[in-house]
Write a protein that binds this ligand. Structure first.
Ligand code: 5GP
Ligand code: MN
Length: 339
């Protein structure tokens, strides 16, 4: 993988560009994709954003979100865009399997794949150019750096600013996580100077849920959460029938894992959701427990040191049993914790 700086000089030659991201894109995945989209179209490129799957409706306010293709539902149109692409930007993921059904098409494409990502252990041989930096708060911060470093500060307009703000804000837990560096705050100050209205974005993202989601959360916290004090660990396991009963849709379960993490003393929080086709897990930790390694080792996953996820094909009860075994195997690290 060559440095992304090597494409700076080519940015002024119009190209056919596809931008893609990980399945079930979150604020950072969608924000970085659409932020980059609004930047590249100003340079005369023909750009198509493709999401491997559907996404939460609370992301639909983002400028041009309605132009994003859902690979699951619009496969033929998306395949045609991939077939003719010169460049495929891969944002907020670094292993092609995170694009699910799109992986095969992406691997076979003759386009140059360009990585912009902040997760650990990138598949560097899959990308012609790229930047991978686990020290970055978000992929949106990296897209911002890409725009600035390529000398295009003047192309940061309202649409770019709104999309990039959404991703930085959500990936830093509203500027709370240790990844929120001074540079992040300087970036946001710069976006504000460019006219960004941030309050509306918080409202769009956090005040747009339906009542059923809160009834569901009530049920989850009352009936589906178990706390293992001896291990400073809490687990939520959600059977598929709960999702059906409460009409849960994509995005409704996002950030639920943060509830158990805010219990006093909890060092590892996990949520395992039976999505029918797979059991999807999310892990969050505080301080020294590395959930990226944990997710890779036991749950076919990965991510960051303090936030990771995975997926399993086994039934929910087996994945829960696996989690409990894994927790016990990590007892030394989990229980040696001073409050
Ligand atoms: P979340 O729990 O919010 O789905 O994901 C937490 C972090 O781990 C995100 O940065 C996400 O990209 C990453 N992640 C989630 N699931 C997986 C997975 O199955 N494989 C890998 N490699 N990373 C994942
Ligand atoms: Mn991210």
């Amino acid at each position: 993988m060559h440095s992304i700086q090597e494409i700076f000089t080519q940015l002024h030659t119009p190209k056919k560009v596809v931008i893609t991201t990980h399945q079930k894109p979150d604020g950072d995945a969608m924000g970085s994709s659409l932020g980059l989209y609004h930047f590249l179209i100003q340079l005369g490129h023909t750009v198509q954003v493709i999401s491997p799957t559907n996404w939460a409706s609370f992301l639909n306010w983002m400028p041009a979100a309605k132009l994003v293709l859902d690979y699951d539902r619009q496969t033929a149109t998306a395949d045609a865009a991939i077939d003719t692409a010169d460049w495929i930007f891969c944002l907020d993921f670094n292993i092609l399997s995170r694009t699910k059904r799109m992986e095969e098409k992406l691997s076979a494409s003759n386009a140059k794949r360009i990585l912009i990502d902040h997760h650990q252990e990138p598949q560097v041989d899959k990308f012609a150019y790229g930047v991978s930096d686990t020290g970055k708060s978000s992929t949106c911060e990296m897209v911002y750096d890409f725009i600035i470093d390529s000398g295009n500060d003047d192309l940061i307009n309202e649409a770019v600013a709104e999309c990039l703000y959404a991703g930085v804000m959500t990936d830093t837990g509203s500027f709370r996580f240790p990844s929120t560096t001074a540079s992040v705050h300087r970036m946001i100050a710069h976006l504000k100077d460019k006219g960004l209205s941030h309050s509306k974005i918080h409202e769009n993202l956090f005040d747009n849920f339906l009542e059923n989601r809160f009834r569901f959360i009530g049920n989850v916290l009352l009936n589906r959460m178990e706390v293992f004090y001896e291990y400073n660990t809490a687990l939520i396991a959600i059977p598929q029938q709960d999702l059906i009963k409460f009409n849960i849709v994509t995005g409704d379960t996002e950030s639920l894992v943060n509830y158990p993490l805010s219990i006093k003393g909890i060092k590892l929080a996990a949520i395992i959701i039976d999505r029918g086709e797979e059991r999807k897990s999310s892990f969050r930790s505080k301080d020294g427990f590395d959930v990226n390694t944990f997710a890779r080792k036991y749950f076919n996953g990965g991510g960051h040191f303090n936030a990771a996820g995975g997926q399993n094909k086994e039934p929910l009860e087996e994945v829960v049993a696996k989690f409990i075994t894994a927790m016990k195997e990590n007892k030394d690290q989990l229980s040696n914790y001073q409050f």
